[in-house]
Design a protein around this ligand. Structure first.
Ligand code: HEM
Length: 126
């Protein structure tokens, strides 16, 4: 087993997010949101996700969207439930822990927990 390192660069972010989506897309609980509820163009979607996580973790300035907006639209097509957020977070944590370790990796988990909590609150109370 290779020695795990921390998340330090754009390249690391791309590796993390790509590995995460590999798990998401074959997941029975949430995969269909990405393939059926929204028919994503991954050539467009992946760079947006790279920019988002680079902005959250490394102070990158390329992401300029609002991460809440598309989830409200998804929720109108198929309601997002606590179990979906739990699964999303579980896959995110597993992907990080299998590939990285260190301060930024812990931050990647805690930031995702914060954002998912807020997103769940905003969507489910709405
Ligand atoms: C229930 C769990 C979740 C599901 C099923 C889900 C699904 C999706 C889908 C299908 C899209 C693409 C929407 C589109 O382009 O029309 C998307 C976009 C996105 N998601 Fe999620 N998501 C979930 C939770 C989260 C969480 C917890 C975060 C952040 C920590 C997040 C961050 C993002 C971002 C940044 C985008 C792109 C927004 C943009 O286009 O500017 N998602 N999500």
């Amino acid at each position: 087993m290779e020695n795990k390192k921390d998340i330090e660069s754009r390249e690391d972010i791309e590796k993390l997010v790509t590995a995460f989506y590999k798990r998401v897309l074959k997941d029975k609980t949430i995969g269909h949101f990405f393939t059926e509820v929204v028919k994503l163009d991954f050539d467009k979607h992946m760079p947006v996700m790279f920019d988002f996580w680079e902005s959250v973790l490394l102070g990158g300035r390329n992401y300029s969207g609002n991460p809440m907006t598309p989830h409200f639209k998804i929720n109108e097509k198929e309601p997002l439930k606590p179990i979906h957020f739990e699964r999303w977070l579980q896959l995110w944590k597993e992907t990080i822990n299998d590939n990285f370790k260190g301060k930024k990796s812990e931050e990647a988990i805690s930031r995702a927990e914060q954002i998912a909590g807020l997103m769940k609150f905003k969507i489910i109370q709405a």
